[in-house]
Design a protein around this ligand. Structure first.
Ligand SMILES: Nc1nc2c(c(=O)[nH]1)N[C@H]1C(S)=C(S)[C@@H](COP(=O)(O)OP(=O)(O)OC[C@H]3O[C@@H](n4cnc5c(=O)[nH]c(N)nc54)[C@H](O)[C@@H]3O)O[C@H]1N2
Ligand SMILES: Nc1nc2c(c(=O)[nH]1)N[C@H]1C(S)=C(S)[C@@H](COP(=O)(O)OP(=O)(O)OC[C@H]3O[C@@H](n4cnc5c(=O)[nH]c(N)nc54)[C@H](O)[C@@H]3O)O[C@H]1N2
Ligand SMILES: [Mo]
Length: 787
């Protein structure tokens, strides 16, 4: 294991946290006793209220925090929740808010500040030893800073000098492809459009984004199957459906407002089937998050009717079994297939039927991890439903064969015409609040030709046609020295991506790294030879430009676009808005650009006027967003207009893959979020719905798997992963907890467990890192935890 030890030592020198076991992982340092117990309470409700109260107190923002809630997610009046992408309820709900949205907003609204005084007190080497929680908890960034290697500190720099430095470095590259520009999914539509415009005018398609780790696979699959990379359902469809398969999502933590939709669906008589190796809180009961009367009365609602605990990656076999049940029934009753729909709108049906019929029940049972009875039951539910929705998130999209899996979901929907009509369709649950809008507005390293043609025609630029680098490829290129400048609009790249040591090496080899951020994080400490931190306005804050108060738009997971207007006084007078930062980077890099960068910033209507000319569905953009509740981007597939090469929805015929652990002593480990975190932002070391307190360095295992390995509840274990390229990675002294997860599977928290994922571990279908299927060996810890 010496190579593993070398690796971690090297990481600390590059700005990663020293490799010391910490009960709290990247969360708050703690030595308080950890505990684990079953959680029996309904999701949301007063537990949620209490938890929000704690975050409000810690952010020192109780009163403003509470006021912000009242302005959030309202038509036009306030700002859009910067949390998840779940749509707002349009039908008269006055207060569609949730616990985790509240935490998210108050985290941004903290009274604590990180200015030049803070940076003069701490060297970067010293800050590296802080946990990720402590870094963010220090407060909001207030002024632009540049790294000074002489003092190993960040020192103030004027905005003008900062932009001049960026311009000089970008102009000095041999090729624009020696720079790469990351986007995190909170960036607004307007800022996304300006950002991609700047990159394309400059001459590169190198646009890694968080979608490359999130729903890249879903987009690719839907595009191939139905011609648009998005889901087709609306919230009304969720109310009307007879059957909802909810696959690989922890809704109670990661899209809590979905609980309302789930409880409404169950109330309306729908079957709501939760497909997940774990039985997550949303599959039990909830107190509807916004319903304070229910909260006061402890009135609960059912949010699920059935749990199917598949093995990791077993979802494709489950769905193929559902199709098999349909084909078997069709032998006696051909009416169970929507033949009219299949004939008029699809292609590849006969081949798909033959493939499914040739697949044995035995194989489906082995690969799904479910019994034949369970599989047949799922199929019967599908046969009984006139209208069905299949919805999924990372449990599917971060798998090796995710593209084929999502295409299989579409196959099943097509069999019974479950698309393009009310109550039916595919519904990916998106992550960041505007991750879907980023793509719509051009953040795409492999953009379609029509988009580049439109940009060129409308703006008079010459967009590069060579596809650019995504997240995985950008890390590789920086590591090899082919990319020398890294710019990030939001996010925390170093912590979010696999293999922190490899990524740290990649970042430190850059000539310049630029982070546009609201809070301090790991990606500021692991930096290039020159490095800038550029602080920006958050979504809650008033954005005043020459023409007055500005709003920016976001697109939710159901393609609704609405205006978000912050009202709060900015955290510092030195903050710039993201569109302003982008426009000034553009001007500094391309002083002779004919594009009116300054006018775009003076009035964001000017950006929207251009977007209206370039982007389909955005015609009349400035009027559309001033309607109450905004507008929906038309979804051709919803209208049975399938924009595939054949003009039809395409059945796919992928083989059923072997998703079992590669050997008997290995487990398939998934990395997921606790209830108290937002991606790399960790609010506390608790995971309420899974019953965990004061512990993040843990691994949930099946009790039998623990027994086989001589591991007792709460024992310290070492976890060694084997990468696709055969290399080994290790986490030491994690606590093993027996949990209801299928044999052969295990679970733990991101981002700590990114240490176990190697640069080679990404899907050949989607290029997404394999964050849900890491092959690990777990054994009792070789040494005791230092006390
Ligand atoms: N509060 C909060 N909200 C968030 C986020 C956050 O961090 N905090 N993050 C946002 C982002 S960017 C995203 S992308 C989403 C993520 O939302 P989720 O997809 O809910 O994210 P994870 O926490 O990774 O949970 C993955 C779920 O998939 C299950 N799973 C794992 N493997 C499999 C499998 O093989 N099959 C099936 N069927 N299930 C599986 C896990 O048990 C878990 O329930 O949430 C968004 N919303
Ligand atoms: N192992 C493992 N790794 C994963 C995942 C997993 O399931 N398992 N999930 C992946 C997924 S789905 C995603 S989306 C990525 C997330 O990757 P990212 O989007 O890169 O990470 P976040 O943690 O959301 O970014 C947090 C930072 O965003 C900055 N920020 C917050 N608000 C704003 C703002 O308004 N403007 C700007 N400019 N900055 C802001 C703050 O400085 C904060 O520190 O992680 C991925 N990593
Ligand atoms: Mo995500």
């Amino acid at each position: 294991m010496t190579d593993l030890d070398d690796d971690t030592k090297q990481g600390a020198a590059l700005g990663l946290m020293p490799d010391v076991p910490r009960q709290g992982g990247y969360g708050p340092l703690t030595t308080r006793p950890w505990s684990w117990g079953d959680y029996h309470h309904p999701a949301a409700g007063w537990g949620a209220a209490l938890s929000v109260g704690q975050v409000l107190l810690r952010s020192q923002a109780p009163v403003t925090g509470a006021l912000a809630m009242l302005k959030m997610n309202h038509p036009i009046k306030g700002f859009d929740c910067p949390g998840c992408a779940w749509p707002d309820d349009q039908q008269g709900l006055q207060l569609d808010i949730c616990e985790n949205g509240m935490k998210h907003v108050t985290w941004e609204m903290t009274h604590k500040r990180v200015g030049s005084g803070f940076f003069s007190q701490h060297t970067v080497t010293e800050l590296s030893e802080w946990t990720d929680f402590d870094l963010e908890n220090a407060g909001r960034l207030t002024e632009p800073m540049a790294y000074d290697p002489e003092t190993d500190r960040y020192a103030p720099i004027s905005w003008d000098d900062a932009f001049a430095l960026i311009g000089e470095e970008l102009r000095g590259l041999d090729s624009p492809d020696e720079a790469t520009f990351y986007t995190s999914g909170r960036l607004s539509n307007e800022a996304s459009f300006l950002y991609q415009l700047m990159m394309r005018e400059y001459g590169t398609n190198n646009m890694p984004d968080c979608s490359n780790m999130c729903h890249e696979a879903s987009g690719r699959a839907l595009k191939a199957s139905i011609g648009t990379g998005k889901g087709t359902t609306t919230l009304e469809d969720w109310e009307q459906t007879d059957l909802l398969f909810l696959i690989g999502v922890n809704a109670a933590s990661n899209a809590p407002r979905m609980l309302t939709a789930l409880s409404n669906a169950v109330k309306n008589g729908a079957q709501v089937v939760h497909v997940n190796p774990l039985v997550e809180a949303a599959s039990r009961r909830t107190i509807v998050p916004h319903d304070f009367v229910d909260m006061a009365l402890f009135k609960t609602h059912a949010t699920g009717t059935l749990d199917l605990q598949v093995r990791p990656g077993g979802d494709m076999a489950l769905m193929r079994a559902v199709a098999k049940v349909v084909f078997e029934a069709a032998e006696t009753d051909p009416g169970v297939l929507d033949s009219g729909f299949i004939e008029s709108y699809t292609q590849g049906f006969a081949e798909y039927r033959a493939l499914v019929e040739a697949t044995s029940w035995q194989e489906l049972v082995v690969q799904s991890g479910l019994t034949e009875e369970q599989l047949r039951h799922a199929g019967e539910l599908y046969l009984k439903a006139d209208k069905a929705i299949i919805s999924w998130c990372l449990g599917v999209s971060q798998q090796e064969h995710a593209v084929d899996m999502v295409r299989e979901f579409t196959n099943v929907l097509l069999l019974r015409g479950n698309i393009g009509r009310p109550g039916a369709g595919p519904a990916p649950v998106r992550g960041h609040s505007n991750v879907q809008g980023n793509r719509t507005c051009g953040i795409d390293h492999h953009a379609p030709a029509w988009l580049l043609d439109r940009l060129d025609a409308v703006l008079g630029i010459t967009s590069p046609r060579t596809p650019g680098l995504d997240t995985v490829a950008s890390i590789r290129a920086m590591h090899e020295g082919a990319v020398k400048v890294f710019v990030a609009l939001g996010g925390n790249f170093v912590s979010a991506v696999p293999d922190p040591v490899h990524t740290a090496q990649a970042m430190t080899r850059c000539r310049l790294t630029v982070q546009v951020s609201t809070k301090l994080n790991r990606s500021h400490l692991v930096h290039g030879k020159k490095a800038l931190i550029l602080p920006c306005l958050g979504r809650t804050e008033a954005d005043e430009q020459a023409s007055g108060l500005q709003g920016q738009t976001v697109e939710d997971a159901m393609s609704m676009v609405h205006l978000s207007v912050g009202k709060k006084k900015p955290a510092s007078e030195h903050l710039l808005s993201e569109p302003d930062i982008i426009a000034r980077m553009a001007r500094a890099t391309m002083p002779d650009s004919p594009l009116p960068w300054e006018s775009y910033v003076a009035d964001y209507d000017a950006i929207r006027d251009v977007m209206a000319e370039v982007l389909p569905g955005f015609e009349g953009f400035n009027d559309l967003i001033r309607q109450p509740n905004g507008f929906r981007i038309p979804q051709p597939a919803r209208e049975l207009d399938f924009r595939t090469p054949s003009g039809r929805a395409e059945f796919s015929g992928a083989p059923l893959y072997d998703v079992r652990p590669p050997s008997e002593d290995m487990l398939v480990l998934q990395t997921m979020r606790s209830h108290d975190q937002w991606n790399t932002t960790i609010y506390s070391n608790n995971d309420r719905y899974r019953g965990v307190k004061n512990l993040r360095e843990l691994i949930f295992m099946n009790a039998e798997d623990m027994k086989d390995r001589g591991i007792a509840q709460g024992d310290l274990v070492d976890i060694v992963s084997t990468s696709k390229d055969g290399s080994l990675r290790e986490l030491r002294q994690y606590r093993a907890l027996a949990y209801n997860t299928p044999r052969g599977s295990a679970a733990g928290y991101m981002p700590e467990m990114n240490v176990l994922i190697g640069p080679a571990d990404y899907s050949a279908q989607s290029d997404q890192p394999l964050m849900k299927s890491i092959h690990v060996r777990v054994s009792p810890a070789r040494s005791a935890r230092p006390s």
